[in-house]
Write a protein that binds this ligand. Structure first.
Ligand code: C5P
Length: 222
């Protein structure tokens, strides 16, 4: 039987990874956070001061980047050349740089190739921006998540405060709005809802409610 792919796309900080992780746990699927891959590339680019406008530098850098996941805690740990960068990738300075990096064609081509390979191995839940449109256009189930921008910013703000980051709610709100703008307007596979994706607005839903919603949609395919 062919592998089942559940593609979850949507705006920044809509709770995609929370739902994707819970769904993977419930169904015993593998969870893959494609955003973490773009964030890890951004960590490398910043550390090595890769000029985004220089195609050769970008190509050379990509040749030196190996991204993998550590399977503990539903693949929440992302490794950049073997180093666990899971904490660093969530920091604000990475969030501020990730969208310009992920808009580069070379970066997308490299990441999409890896993501497609991961999907050949097992039943997976992958979340991101272009999973249902570009990475797995034939995914059996596609969800497109959205939520009120203010609620999204408040959720992310609380999360960052909990981790000891010194940020204001306004900074977080602006970052989400800016990333959404860049992600939806870029030339290379912009964030957009696949025609066959089911919309899930979780502004007023609890985590349990959105999980139930998703399980209900997925069940006929299992
Ligand atoms: O999902 P997350 O917010 O961690 O993603 C960080 C950034 O990575 C997004 O704002 C977007 O620029 C980029 N991204 C992407 N395509 C994906 C996943 C993430 O361009 N499939």
């Amino acid at each position: 039987m062919e592998n089942i792919v559940i593609a979850i796309d949507g705006y920044s900080s809509c709770g995609k990874s929370t739902l994707a992780k819970a769904l993977a746990k419930k169904l015993n699927f593998i969870y893959i956070d494609s955003g973490a891959m773009y964030r890890a590339v951004t960590v490398y680019f910043l550390r090595h001061q890769v000029a985004l406008t220089n195609d050769t530098e970008v190509r050379n850098a990509l040749e030196h980047i190996d991204i993998s996941f550590d399977a503990k805690d539903y693949n929440s740990h992302v490794l950049l050349n073997g180093e666990d960068v899971s904490e660093e990738i969530r920091q604000m300075h990475i969030s501020e740089q990730v969208s310009p990096v992920s808009a580069l064609k070379q970066v997308r081509t490299a990441m999409v190739k890896q993501q497609q390979k991961l999907g050949q191995l097992k039943n997976i839940v992958m979340d991101g921006r272009d999973i249902g449109t570009t990475v797995f256009p034939h995914a059996q189930i596609k969800l497109f998540m959205t939520a009120d921008p203010k609620i999204r910013a408040e959720r992310r703000y609380k999360e960052l405060l909990g981790k000891g980051e010194k940020v204001s709610l306004e900074e977080v709100f602006d970052n989400l709005a800016h990333r959404d703008y860049l992600d939806t307007t870029r030339e290379e596979s912009p964030l957009t809802r696949a025609e066959d994706a089911i919309i899930l607005d979780n502004t007023n839903l609890t985590e349990a409610e959105q999980l139930n919603f998703a399980v209900e949609k997925v069940t006929p395919f299992l």
